[in-house]
Ligand binder design. Structure first.
Ligand code: HXC
Ligand code: NAP
Length: 274
């Protein structure tokens, strides 16, 4: 098998691929000539992203608007991608919701909402995609978060959901490995200019606190996230499966760090901030 970063003739599906990190990943695969499909709730964001994918050089680009909480809609959407583009060589599952809220003050529905988007949404995507994954050779990439293995105040819902996502990754690597399907998680650090970063560190002081904790001395970029996915999606990573890969400038070797405490302090000082 020759390892290549030419994705011509290969199908890449990115769920939640219409903004931020996931859109950056979809665009990078388009620049490498892939057939790319993206999905998220907003038809406008889907349309805008498909146009951007075409401009970036995708062999073909398509999209669909659906909510990952709706299992039937996910199944229909992925079936339509398969009809249009063929078997999936790469599947990126990254739809997520997040807001800071202390557990005692969060409604049950607020907790449920994040579990339904991040964790159940991942289940829906994995189950719906399974029949369409290329065998052997498919690479499944779940977009996780450091909350999977580090506790942050104000993030009980996200910590629970992303820990579940990573255990799905590890389990599916066992179940699907014999069919030649690789399954991995990527854990972004603190990625500059994204919705997630803005929600968790909305002030200059908070951002400076995060930056001071990063051993490599800079925030992460969309390119950092796209590059790891390009590697995982390629044959260069042909023996990599069942892993959770942090791309974070070593930030989380410090543990939960300043961010893990700042959110709690922010929410206790101004409860309406959550
Ligand atoms: C407390 C909140 C809340 C908040 C919503 N809720 N926002 N509770 N504090 N700030 C509660 C609502 O009151 C409601 O509960 C329940 O959550 C559902 O809210 P809805 O607005 O009806 O949900 P919905 O329209 O489905 O929107 C989902 C969402 C929203 C998650 C709330 O923010 C969203 O669509 N987010 C997508 C984009 C996003 O979050 N991107 C960041 C991903 S970054 P009640 O009881 O009132 O019914 C990430 C990790 C970043 O995941 C890590 C960085 C290091
Ligand atoms: P973002 O820009 O808000 O991207 C989230 C994407 O998911 C959007 O395309 C959104 O589009 C879609 N989405 C949200 N809810 C959905 C739903 N219910 N059904 C279908 N699609 C849905 O966020 P981001 O900050 O780039 O984060 C992207 C991923 O990286 C997430 O998995 C997040 O947990 C992870 N992460 C981010 C950071 C960071 O620094 N930003 C750090 C660690 C982990 P619609 O609004 O159209 O639905």
């Amino acid at each position: 098998m020759t390892a290549t970063l030419d994705f011509g003739g290969r199908t890449v599906v990115v769920i939640g691929g219409t903004s931020g990190i996931n859109r950056g990943i979809a665009l990078e695969f388009a620049r490498h000539g892939a057939r790319v499909a993206v999905a998220s709730r907003s038809p406008e964001k889907v349309e805008d992203t498909v146009a951007a994918l075409n401009r970036a050089g995708a062999e073909t680009a398509t999209g669909a608007a659906f909510d990952v909480r709706d299992a039937a809609a996910v199944a229909d959407g992925l079936a339509s991608f398969h009809d249009e583009l063929g078997d999936f060589e790469v599947l990126v599952s990254g739809a997520a919701g997040n807001f800071p809220a202390l557990a005692a003050e969060m409604s049950v529905n607020a907790f449920r909402t994040v579990i339904e988007i991040d964790l159940l949404g991942t289940v829906h995507v994995m189950k719906a995609a399974y029949p369409f994954l290329k065998r052997p050779g498919a690479s499944v990439i779940n977009i996780s978060a450091p909350q999977s293995y580090l506790p942050y105040e104000g993030q009980a819902h996200v910590c629970a959901a992303k820990a579940g996502v990573d255990q799905i990754t590890r389990t599916l690597a066992l179940e699907w490995g014999p069919e030649g399907i690789r399954v991995n998680s990527v854990v972004p650090g603190f990625i500059d200019g994204t919705e997630g970063a803005e929600r968790l560190a909305p002030t200059d002081k908070a951002r400076a606190g995060v930056l001071a904790d990063i051993p490599l001395g800079r925030l992460g970029s969309l390119a950092d996230m796209a590059n790891i996915c390009l590697f995982l999606g390629s044959d260069l990573a042909g023996y990599v499966s069942g892993t959770v890969i942090a791309v974070d400038g070593a930030l989380y070797q410090r543990g939960s760090g300043r961010l893990g405490q700042m959110l709690g302090q922010m929410l206790r000082a101004a409860p309406e901030a959550g």
